[in-house]
Design a protein around this ligand. Structure first.
Ligand code: AMP
Ligand code: ZN
Length: 112
């Protein structure tokens, strides 16, 4: 059984596309926590950053470059936040690496 984000990538679960290329897909978060809340996910299934090996270094970097490109395209000139939640204590609910791109409002620190 394919994971939720693998099903979003293959189109069997609908999503609102924002950006795509050979390595990743970005789509709107279904439960946005900020005016801009986009998820950037690799097409290849990797469960979490804790499961990523050195061979995934360029992929993980690419996800962040894509986040910055989307932020530029959305005009987030006052800043934004990229987040990767990992495991239970990190608040990860979908076991397929994803970068959250959050912006469009002032974001508090530290997170809860
Ligand atoms: P995390 O808690 O870091 O694993 O993030 C998972 C994110 O996926 C949450 O922000 C959810 O709102 C989002 N999400 C869950 N289901 C969907 C879906 N079908 N389409 C878009 N985003 C989703
Ligand atoms: Zn997956």
């Amino acid at each position: 059984m394919s994971c939720l984000f693998c099903q979003i990538i293959d189109g069997s679960i609908p999503s609102k596309p924002i950006y795509q290329d050979d390595e990743c897909y970005a789509f709107a978060d279904i439960n946005p926590q900020a005016p801009v809340h986009i998820l950037i996910v690799p097409r290849k299934h990797v469960a979490s950053i804790a499961h990523a090996g050195k061979e995934h270094n360029s992929l993980v970097g690419h996800l962040h470059w894509v986040a910055a490109e989307i932020a530029r395209s959305k005009g987030l000139v006052e800043g934004y936040r990229t987040v990767i939640n990992t495991g239970e204590h990190g608040g990860q609910t979908v076991e397929h690496i994803h970068v959250h791109l959050l912006g469009g409002r002032h974001l508090a620190w530290p997170p809860g």
